[in-house]
Design a protein around this ligand. Structure first.
Ligand SMILES: Cc1cn([C@H]2C[C@H](O)[C@@H](COP(=O)(O)OP(=O)(O)OP(=O)(O)O)O2)c(=O)[nH]c1=O
Length: 182
């Protein structure tokens, strides 16, 4: 059975959605970007690191790792450290387009393969009050870019072009192709 090297409840639900039986075994990796590292490269490196870390104790079973980052003006927005950080991130996203990179990596024996989705997301303009109320909902705390498109933040998203499941945390088309060996 496949091992999902992730603590994200969204990833578990997304894998369930496509009927892939799996066991959840979260891993701990250093999620610090290298100086000057591009957001898409960072997401790919993280997905690969998580899958490889999971493979250490997998006894040869296939292991899936994933990573999602929000990127605007070339910067990487990860999870917010605190309220101010979240309000600042949401302020940067307000009224603009950004890109969500979601990478997935699969380790099978000696082999590792990965795939990436890039999705454009446009936010409406957010007032300070809206950002404060959103923080108070508790939703932003564990999410890249301090928002969850699958939750209340659906009200902020004017337009999306790309992979919805990628924004939520696991690009299902790309994941299915990796698992099928394409
Ligand atoms: C942009 C966005 C992100 N997210 C979530 C998906 C991921 O769980 C999280 C990004 O953080 P990640 O570091 O990719 O993942 P994680 O720490 O939650 O889980 P793990 O490393 O153990 O696999 O943000 C949403 O749920 N909705 C969204 O709209």
């Amino acid at each position: 059975m496949l091992i999902l090297a992730s603590a994200s409840p969204r990833r578990r639900e997304l894998l369930d959605q496509i009927g892939v039986c799996h066991e959840v075994r979260p891993v701990d990796v250093d999620e610090t970007p290298h100086p000057g590292e591009a957001p898409d490269e960072f997401a790919r490196r993280m997905a690969r690191s998580k899958a490889l870390a999971g493979a250490h104790h997998a006894a040869g079973r296939p292991v899936l790792g994933a990573d999602t980052v929000v990127s605007i003006d070339g910067d990487i927005l990860g999870k917010p450290m605190d309220r101010e950080h979240a309000l600042d991130m949401l302020g940067r996203l307000s009224g603009r387009d950004h890109t969500v990179y979601s990478a997935v990596a699969l380790v099978q024996g000696e082999r590792i393969r990965d795939a990436l989705s890039a999705t454009r997301v446009r936010f409406k303009c957010l007032s300070l009050r809206e950002r404060e109320d959103y923080w108070a909902s508790g939703e932003p705390v564990d999410k890249a870019g301090a928002y969850g498109i699958q939750g209340l933040a659906a009200l902020f998203v004017e337009h999306i072009e790309g992979s919805y499941s990628g924004v939520v945390g696991l690009p299902l088309f790309e994941t299915g192709a990796l698992l099928a060996g394409d």
